[in-house]
Design a protein around this ligand. Structure first.
Ligand SMILES: Cc1ncc(COP(=O)(O)O)c(C=O)c1O
Length: 366
């Protein structure tokens, strides 16, 4: 008799549940919980989005199709594309799955530069493909030369997170132009722009221009970050018409819901809220970086809503001390951990807990 586990698809039997944001948060008596472990935007959704979502509740009995159409129109205006270049998903995570399901055949290769967003590590094997990893010499940037050199006849997808999660680094636009122009025709490139709205480099170009040029590029975006709607699950892809048609034949159009879709459409119109979120993040990013560097920490320069840093101590122990203070951040390696940028008072609590952790760990080493 097979066990239930053995009834699972062979490719998936070794998978375990993915805990978004790493450690689950537990209450700490007498401490405010500061949850900076999942790159959530701490201002919440915009008031206009919240109103639109509350209004939409009364139509919760209706399927979401017409709302998908409305959001697509808004996104077409927002991105300067046609609606037949846009696919809406229940979060960009669902978009990542859909792209994989649509394009990965058995033994196809999915190429990434490590470290990058966790979901991309699980993609290839889920569909019988093979993950191929390269790593930049500095361990934090995306190395386009190494990615180019690793392309083979079996490469189907190349994934570029720009800016990258978890490192916060961003690519030189000219280098990306060159990389995209050299891509062979059998390769599709995902450019994940989940964090593009936080970039403070003036006139930094989006990969949307490659879609205009008709390249085999899928740009992924989300309402989970600057729009503060991670719990509402709305994301989208922008790609050429042919790619969009392929995605459209596989995408589950009912995976997004009317409430989130209504909120997303309203959020797009609330420029003032987006600007306030951007300003808080940019100021706090600069402030936190300076304060942490003053503590002797190596902080990777970030263009995102988080900081990837090496505290030069036992990172697991450092996190344990932070957690005992109610501060949750994300573990990556013996060298690096990541903190999401929060509201000023949360960042203060994080800095105070970090200072305490470093002092305690230094004493232990002495
Ligand atoms: C780079 C990147 N892409 C995609 C996602 C998924 O976002 P969502 O599914 O919430 O749209 C995340 C989430 O943290 C991310 O960091």
């Amino acid at each position: 008799m097979p066990t239930v586990k053995e009834l699972m698809r062979k490719d998936l039997q070794e998978f375990s549940a993915y805990a978004a944001g790493g450690m689950q948060v537990k209450p700490v008596p007498g401490k405010e919980i500061v949850k900076l472990n999942a790159n959530e935007m701490q201002m919440g959704p915009s008031p206009r989005a919240m109103k639109a979502m509350a209004d939409e509740l009364q139509r919760g009995h209706l399927y979401p199709m017409e709302m998908v159409g409305k959001l697509k129109k808004k996104l077409a205006e927002y991105t300067g594309k046609e609606t037949d270049h846009i696919t809406v998903f229940g979060g960009s995570g669902a978009g990542i799955q859909c792209i994989a399901e649509t394009f990965i055949d058995r033994d196809d290769e999915v190429l990434i530069c490590s470290p990058t967003y966790m979901a991309y590590y699980r993609l290839a094997s889920r569909f019988g493909g093979k993950l191929v990893e390269v790593e930049a010499d500095d361990g934090v940037s995306t190395d386009l030369d190494k990615l180019s050199a690793a392309i083979t006849d079996r490469t189907k997808l190349v994934v570029i997170c720009n800016p990258n999660n978890p490192t916060g680094t961003i690519l030189c636009p000219h280098k990306l132009d060159e990389f995209i122009s050299r891509l062979p025709e059998h390769v599709i490139c995902i450019v994940d722009e989940a964090y593009i709205d936080w970039v403070s480099i003036p006139d930094y170009p989006s990969a949307l221009k490659y879609v205009e040029e008709g390249k085999n590029v899928i740009v992924l975006r989300t309402f989970s970050k600057i729009y503060g709607m991670a719990g509402c699950r709305v994301g989208y892809a922008v790609a050429n018409k042919e790619l969009t048609e392929c995605l459209g034949s596989i995408a589950n159009t009912f995976s997004s819901n009317r409430i989130g879709l209504a909120g997303a459409a309203a959020a797009l119109e609330d420029e003032a809220f987006k600007e306030a979120a951007y300003q808080n993040n940019t100021q706090q990013r600069e402030y936190l970086t300076k304060e942490m560097e003053a503590m002797g920490i190596t902080v990777v320069p970030s263009q995102t809503s988080f900081l990837y840093f090496a505290p030069h101590c036992d990172t697991k122990k450092c996190m344990e001390i932070l957690e005992s203070e109610g501060v949750y951040i994300r573990y990556f390696s013996e060298e690096y951990i990541r903190v999401s940028i929060g509201m000023p008072h949360q960042n203060q609590l994080f800095l105070a807990a970090l200072k305490k952790a470093l002092q305690q760990l230094k004493k232990e080493c002495a």
